[in-house]
Design a protein around this ligand. Structure first.
Ligand code: SAM
Ligand code: ZN
Length: 270
């Protein structure tokens, strides 16, 4: 619970002025003010959260999965973050805040800003690590962060506003993106009729990053994991397409297959 760690880094979503963070409110020089929630996060959403924001139940399930079946994915992100040596890290669409917390454990001098459009996520991330400032904010409206104030943006299975990520990054800043490979959870998606992955994802990612970022590292993590029936149910429940069929009663071997890419921000020639 520490919004203070983000002092001087946040900007007002209305006028882009620097936000001064007090114990109960954050204010910009123009007089816009925002309440600090009792649970320690700052809500900068312009209205109610959108329908696609993760619910508290989804986050509960996701938290258990990240602590067990996805532990290696969390460790890979932490290593990739540590390799950048960042001092200020933003996790856009941070969910529970567990990835950012692991990254900060690997970067002892860094502070983290978790942003998510889900209020339940902002609440959880606020207590995920003492060096996390948690903000409810919509990535598509632009991060409420000052230009060039960040060394590393992480975006893990979450929406990517690439131009805005470039805006908040310092000239030599980094971007870490985690995406599912085509085989990720393939058997589970077939058995429970979950949403298919977008086959053009890679091409779209490359296109959106073109000119703004250069790829400097790419690690694939592909391995089977044995999931209990309860873990299978959690993997289904943590996604946006929670299966509404009979309860899961069988254990299953699942395929984890994800890619973690690190990019460096390209500085435009003048
Ligand atoms: C698949 S979850 C991934 C969460 C976390 N990064 C993880 O991997 O555990 C996608 C997250 O993006 C958030 N999200 C969806 N749309 C968003 C938006 N426009 N701005 C910020 N967060 C968003 C959801 O609320 C959810 O927490
Ligand atoms: Zn303002």
């Amino acid at each position: 619970m520490s919004l203070d760690v983000a002092a001087g880094l946040l900007s007002c979503p209305h006028c882009r002025g620097t936000l001064e963070i007090g114990p109960a409110t954050a204010r910009c020089p123009e007089g816009h003010s925002f309440d600090v929630a009792r649970q320690g996060y700052l809500n900068l959403l312009p209205g109610p959260q959108p329908m696609n924001a993760d619910s508290a139940a989804m986050l509960e399930a996701r938290s258990r999965v990240l602590g067990s079946l996805y532990a290696d994915v969390v460790a890979l992100v932490a290593r990739s973050a540590a390799d950048t040596g960042a001092r200020v890290v933003v996790d856009a669409g941070a969910g529970t805040g567990q990835y950012l917390a692991a990254a900060l454990d690997a970067l002892p001098d860094a502070i983290g800003i978790a942003t998510d459009v889900s209020v339940a996520a902002a609440r959880r991330a606020a207590s995920a690590h003492p060096r996390i400032a948690s903000i409810a904010a919509d990535t598509w409206r632009g991060l409420p962060i000052r230009d060039g104030a960040v060394d590393l943006v992480a975006c893990i299975f979450a929406p990517r506003n690439v131009a805005d990520f470039a805006r908040v990054l310092a000239p030599d800043g980094h971007l870490v993106v985690v995406t599912p490979e085509p085989g990720h959870l393939r058997s589970l998606r077939a058995s429970y009729r979950l949403l298919d992955l977008d086959p053009d994802k890679d091409a779209r990612l490359e296109k959106s990053l073109g000119g703004l970022f250069e790829l400097i590292a790419s690690d694939r993590l592909a391995r089977p994991v044995d999931a209990t029936a309860a873990q299978v149910a959690d993997v289904i429940a943590m996604g946006p397409n929670a299966f509404h069929g009979a309860p899961v009663t069988t254990s299953e071997r699942l395929e984890i297959d994800v890619r973690c890419r690190t990019y460096r921000r390209l500085v435009p020639r003048v």
